[in-house]
Design a protein around this ligand. Structure first.
Ligand code: PLP
Length: 436
């Protein structure tokens, strides 16, 4: 609209200037807009009827779509749905599968936010959880009931670095038509692609390694596009039955892509945790250097773990790349490019030793986050695992003297020097002093 003295100031302030210049940017443009214009009534009707094109950012946005396509491609999945946080990704994925009266089987060794979601929030909605030890295949099988709608676990867990045997657990679910949902936040598609091993759905906190810079939150759900209505339709009537108005079911409209389509068209936009296009852009930028960062972080973390394992102040290092780790062989099978950057170290001096280290590091940042380009440290007993009983913490490998490290891309000598100075004054005692 041209500036025109006959048109009022308030009108001109919202209409003057073209927002649709045609250019060919190499970087993904940020479509920071709530919605998109329709060319005609038929075009708007077509969009509402079939979902094609863009109408409103909660149901689709080109910047968000570019990141979704990139993540689906990296995971070897059929389609990805970006949401506003990792917590939202887990919530949407589980609510797309289970409803009131249903049941899920979950590894006991998972992120505390997910555990709280299951124990407090989904339980209140009538979804029941049975927790099982990650590596106990008989327990996974025994826990399944006729109401079970999903198996859920993390690829590499915090704090003890347990490795999920994805092929074995997904096979147990498949026998009964039940999908395995895997949180692969700690491994990223660079280190591990769970769909290639039989998982049906992958979720990530994109706030971590995918974004990498610690500036934004995001989450993603990637579906494998292998929904089998004959084997699983009886478990998921919302995918195979006609819709509320008697129209075709998701399975009729999308075939093997029905579960992914339901997440995209129904669960994510209705529950509503839409990502900002700006955050999507930043996550997309982060992903462009994912392999470089994760490779370096894995090398750094293993070097730090090996160094710590030799220290007299240290009782135990739970890093799956160390020969001493119980899942070392499983890790070699699944993690051929590196073992990630998050692990725990337990100090012989107990709580006071842990306090001393987290308060003495100078380069390493004391904060609750992981997967960042910077190295971070946290004391799980008093933070991430404080809502667990002493026995539950023991089973998760968390003692008073345990600290969690998330190693970044810094120069390894600087990281070791920082830890060396932080360990000065830490008592070297025979066994951990248990202060609860
Ligand atoms: C394994 C795992 N899954 C999910 C989440 C939740 O992600 P967000 O913080 O992006 O909501 C986290 C957060 O720490 C996590 O570590």
């Amino acid at each position: 609209m041209a500036a025109n003295a006959d048109i009022g100031f308030s009108t001109r302030q919202v209409h003057a200037g073209s927002a649709t210049a045609h250019a060919s940017p190499r970087a993904t443009p940020i479509y920071l807009t709530a919605g998109f214009t329709f060319d005609s009534l038929d075009a708007s009707a077509e969009h509402f009827g079939t979902g094609t094109g863009f109408g409103y950012t909660r149901t689709g946005n080109p910047t968000i779509q570019a990141v979704e396509e990139r993540l689906a491609c990296l995971e070897g999945g059929d389609q990805a749905v970006l949401v506003s946080s990792g917590q939202a990704a887990v919530t949407v994925a589980l609510l797309a599968l289970a409803g009131a009266g249903d049941h899920v089987v979950v590894s006991e060794h998972i992120y505390e936010g997910t555990r709280g979601l299951l124990l407090d929030n989904l339980a209140r909605l009538g979804i029941e959880t049975t927790f099982v030890p990650t590596g106990d295949l008989a327990a996974w099988r025994d826990a399944i009931t006729p109401r079970t709608r999903a198996l859920f676990a993390e690829t590499l867990s915090n704090a003890r670095n347990d490795v999920l045997d994805i092929a074995a657990v997904s096979a147990i679910g498949r026998e009964r038509g039940i999908p395995l949902v895997v949180d692969s936040t700690f491994t990223t598609p660079y280190l591990l692609r769970p769909l290639e091993h039989g998982a049906a759905v992958v979720v990530h906190s994109a706030s971590k390694f995918l974004a990498g810079q610690g500036a934004v939150l995001g989450g993603v759900i990637v579906d494998d596009g292998r929904f089998d209505a004959a084997a699983s339709g009886h478990l998921f009537p919302h995918l195979v039955q006609t819709d509320r108005l008697g129209g075709a079911s998701f399975a009729e409209r999308h075939g093997a892509r029905a579960r992914g389509a339901y997440i995209r068209e129904s669960a994510a936009p209705r529950f509503g945790p839409s990502p900002s296009p700006l955050n999507a852009f930043l996550i997309g930028q982060g992903i462009e250097t994912l392999s470089l960062r994760v490779e370096r972080q894995s090398q750094n973390a293993l070097a730090v773990a090996r160094w710590l394992e030799q220290r007299p102040e240290v009782e135990r290092v739970d890093h799956v790349g160390l020969e001493s780790h119980p899942d070392f062989d499983l890790g070699r099978r699944y993690l051929t490019r590196g073992t990630g950057s998050v692990f725990t170290v337990t100090l012989r001096g107990g709580l006071e030793a842990a306090r001393h280290v987290v308060q003495s590091v100078e380069l390493i940042t004391h904060m609750t986050h992981l997967g960042d380009v910077r190295s971070l440290v946290l004391h799980p007993q008093s933070t991430s695992h404080s809502a667990r009983t002493v026995e539950e913490r023991r089973r998760a490998g968390v003692s008073p003297g345990t600290i969690r490290l998330s190693i970044g891309i810094e120069d390894i000598d600087d990281l070791l020097a920082d830890l060396e100075q932080a360990l000065v004054g830490v008592p070297v005692v025979e066994r951990e002093t248990v202060v609860l």
